[in-house]
Design a protein around this ligand. Sequence first.
Ligand code: SF4
Ligand code: SF4
Length: 169
Amino acid sequence: MLVVRRPKLSLWDKLYLGAVFKGMWITLKHAVGNIFHQERILTYEYPEMKKPIPENYRAEHRLMRRPDETPRCTACMLCATACPADCIEIVAAEHPDPRVEKYPAVYNINLLRCVYCSLCVEACPCDAIRMDTMKIEQAGYTREHFIVDKEYLLKNHPEGKSPYSIALY
Ligand code: SF4
Ligand code: SF4
C-alpha cells in the first residue's frame, strides 16, 4: 500500500504569504521584463499581428481556372467520393467544348463539415482544387455563409499566387 507522507508545515508555511509574494514577484518580473524586452513576448497581438503559418498549411479551398477562366474541374466526382465528411456537392453538366467532357454546373463545399484533411486535393487528377489560400479565419452570421459555391471558390485566390500554373484541356 502506498502511503503519502505529508510534510509538516510551519506557521510561516501555513500563512502562505511566502508563496503569494513569490508568485507576485514572478508575475511582476515578467510584466516589467516584457515592457523593456518586447522581442521576448511569445504572444501575438491578433488581429493586427498574425502568426506565420507554414507554406503547406491546409487552408480554405480554391478552384483552379484554365487560361480562358473556365474551371479546370471536369466534374469527375473523385474529390466528393474521397471526402470523408461528405461536404462536397457537385452537379455535372455537358461542356460546350468537345475537348472537355464535363464541367461542374454546381460545386459547393460546406466548410462547417470540412475537416481540412486535403483528401479532395489528393484525389483530384486535374489539380483543379487546392488548399493553399492561407485563409484560416472564418466568420459568418449564418450557417449558409459557410457553404461556399463555385463562383466563390474560383475567385478565392491568394494575392501573389497564379490562378493557373499550366494549361489543361
Ligand atoms: S479537406 Fe477533406 S473534408 Fe474538406 S472537403 Fe476536402 S476531402 Fe472533404
Ligand atoms: S475538383 Fe478534381 S476531383 Fe473534384 S470533380 Fe473536379 S476534377 Fe474531379
